[in-house]
Write a protein that binds this ligand. Sequence first.
Ligand code: PHE
Length: 450
Amino acid sequence: MTVASSAPREAFASRAGFILAAAGSAVGLGNMWRFPYQASEGGGAAFVLVYIGLTLVLGIPLMLAEFGIGRRGQLAPVGSLRKLAGPAWVPLGYLFVAVGLLILSYYSVIAGWTLRYGLEAVFLGFPADSAGHFAAVASGGDAVAFHVAFMALTVTIVIGGVKGGIERASLLLMPLLFLMVVGLALWAATLPGAGQGYLVYLMPEIDELLNPSVWRAAASQAFFSLSLGMGGMLTFASYLRRDQNLPESATVVAFTDFGVAFVAGLLVFPVIYSFALQDAVSASTVGALFIAVPSAFEAMGPLGRIIGLFFFVVLAVGALTSAISLLEVVTASVIDEFGLSRRRAALLTGAVITGLGVFPAFDIDALGLLDKIAGEFLLLAGGLALALLAGWRLRAAVSDELLAGASPRWQRQVPRILATLRFLVPPIVVAVLFFSLRETTAAVVAYFGR
Ligand code: PHE
């Protein structure tokens, strides 16, 4: 049942609005911590190089597969796939809905922590025992409460619609986020010992270039960070008219995402080395963000509260604009498929996700497991399906769509993009999926065997 034709489809009001909304989806918790951490683990500048290469070869072409299918279909994933590729592809659309539900359920719990830490910076200051504090608040009733609060914010924006909610929030929040990240990185450069931090972050270990696990980490980081493989970019593009230059937009979004991730590393590493927090960091990735960095703010006294407030506001803002896109995939599918009003659809899907999130909010291992399954494996699987669909079955339609609205300079890239989707993306993603499947299975076994 498709009722979308009964009312004109919502649309972005400006080209910049679409680009900032897509960049808002991409820039999030994945940039702020996951990227710097993986870079330092994966050979520093060597990882950064692999990551840039994979962004060009996998990221931009896949984003364009989503953009092309979405704008062509003018419906959320389920409807667009049915319309363009036939009923056999509808289950893929529902897989995307499920992945959106799953990722948002734990993403919102982490985002809830950032809200909490931001409020604490204002009202209480950072605690002296930051590891103990994190252990006490990361799981349990408090975590549920902040998760619910964050979901309420996300639902409110999505109820506002494409133009009045998503676009307006992105136009306001993204420039703010860019300013704050750059400001914080400049401040971090003044810390004693900053140089040591940069060195550890970016020290090139060339032999890591040949390490397959570095490639797997970089590929899955690219998928997660660029929000690919779950129909989020597809859904946003379904609100576009044909005058948007899609290849240019995808390139701008991908480089913005990379830029923020890179600058986040220039912020986090000087802090860690200036305050000698290496040990706290090596314990866990989550720990670094919510244990090591806050303990630096605590050590700095009153100034630390101000800097810390900015830091957690940046995290929360990045998380919010990403969460919007996760919820929008689910909400838009319910609107398109079942004809619910936007308000009802957002409240209903938001409530389901809030309920699901209670599990990861009570169990931090479940949170990690969900991230492996949905945030890594399922995104890769979804991306593979999208590459095959756009590169083979819908090649003519996608090519036509990417040409429309593109300047001649970008039009010349379109055949190259489609060839990449056909011949390069699938084998690379299959290889990465293989390694990811092994790791995910091991994580599942470990979780249930504990
Ligand atoms: N890209 C977001 C981040 O880096 C997370 C995300 C993944 C958002 C998948 C939407 C879809 O935090």
